[in-house]
Design a protein around this ligand. Structure first.
Ligand SMILES: CC(C)(COP(=O)(O)OP(=O)(O)OC[C@H]1O[C@@H](n2cnc3c(N)ncnc32)[C@H](O)[C@@H]1OP(=O)(O)O)[C@@H](O)C(=O)NCCC(=O)NCCS
Length: 333
């Protein structure tokens, strides 16, 4: 049965639009991602209205015949050189209104926008074995990357073992940390280390790469602060002042119990010395000290990223859900 669906692009997002968006996303996530806390209305408002780093966003709302919101779609258009072929979609239909064509209508609007913007690759994440996966397959997306999401429960972990790892000596290296923007004396070294993330496994995703410099790392920290979130970073610095590796945790606004792992990277010349494990263990110790209300850390890894998965398992992270990155290849004129 198909439903009359009206699509409206949202050019400016009011607090009411954000609340509507939140209701649809929360209902959709409750169905397909039980146990994953949806972002709060304020977080959604910030995501939809605050500038992102090197990208702009288009948004659509789908309503039914009676004007009731049934679905939302967001499209992130990357603007930096090396990634300006790429667009990333978020698409949710309220479970009460599924299988009536709303998702397909929203996708058509997204694909038209990709064409107008000369994007050759559209990517989207869906839970494994979910309606989202079936929809992507039906709509000619190809599976590009399998991700394992892991969680560390800080009320059921081997704290003493993790602290031993955090406190181990690594001759030639020291740990340093900051909140928000990197200190000026580390900015260049940090940008160089960030470029090491470009060899992260991304499966068959046409993900491109970005070149980091000191201005870009500062801009990223600013974007996060403007959203109201807090970025914690710990870095391992070698005696020769090279940044050998770093790890980042995002504490969302409102101090919820679950935080997100962002990057962890060790630059190739410094791999094989246990620095990744050391950094992550020390970050957990820091979280306990600075954010005692945090009880869960979530991270995701490509299923074939065996080294990072091994590090996470050593720390007590356990797999709890799987997602898939799908890609639609679009012909460009
Ligand atoms: C994916 C999603 C947006 C689809 O919305 P929808 O309005 O139900 O989609 P449509 O009605 O346009 O479905 C189009 C086709 O996709 C396929 N499909 C959609 N849901 C399916 C399901 N649960 N099982 C099998 N096939 C499915 C069907 O072939 C369907 O056509 P049909 O109903 O005529 O058989 C919705 O399920 C959703 O919000 N999921 C959670 C969010 C998500 O995973 N987003 C990322 C992936 S886009």
């Amino acid at each position: 049965m198909s439903e009359h669906v009206h699509l409206s692009p949202l050019h400016t997002i009011s607090a009411t639009d954000a609340a509507t968006w939140h209701r649809v996303v929360a209902a959709s996530m409750a169905r397909d991602l039980p146990g994953v806390p949806p972002p709060g209305p304020e977080q959604i408002h910030a995501q939809l209205t605050k500038p992102a780093l090197d990208s702009r966003r288009l948004t659509w709302l789908a309503t039914g015949a009676d004007g009731v919101p049934v679905g939302v779609a967001g499209l992130r258009l990357f603007t930096s050189p090396g990634r300006d072929h790429l667009a990333e979609m978020e698409l949710h239909v309220d479970p009460a209104h599924r299988r009536r064509g709303a998702g397909s209508r929203l996708l058509s609007a997204v694909v038209s926008a990709c064409r107008a913007e000369d994007r050759r690759s559209l990517i989207v994440e869906a839970a494994a074995d979910s309606p989202g996966e079936a929809f992507c397959q039906k709509r000619n997306f190809r599976l590009a990357l399998a991700l394992d999401h892991l969680i560390l429960h800080l009320n059921q972990w081997d704290e003493a073992a993790v602290l031993r790892v955090a406190e181990a000596e690594h001759p030639g290296y020291r740990l340093t940390g900051w909140t928000g923007t990197v200190p000026d004396d580390l900015a260049e070294a940090f940008a160089t280390a960030k470029n090491a993330m470009n060899d992260m496994p991304v499966g068959d995703l046409d993900y491109g790469s970005v070149a980091w410099d000191a201005d870009r790392v500062r801009a990223m920290a600013q974007v996060i602060a403007d959203r109201g979130d807090t970025l914690l970073t710990l870095a391992a610095v070698h005696d020769d002042a090279t940044m050998a590796g770093y790890t980042e945790i995002l504490v969302p606004q409102g101090a919820p119990p679950r935080v997100q792992q962002y990057d962890t990277a060790v630059v190739p010349a410094h791999r094989g010395h246990g620095l990744g494990l050391w950094l992550k263990a020390a970050m957990v110790r820091r979280l306990r000290a600075e954010h005692p209300g945090v009880v869960e850390v979530e991270t995701d890894n490509a299923e074939d990223n065996v080294h990072m998965l091994a590090v996470n398992h050593r720390l007590g992270f356990r797999s709890y859900r799987r997602t898939r990155e799908f890609q639609l290849d679009l012909p460009v004129a």
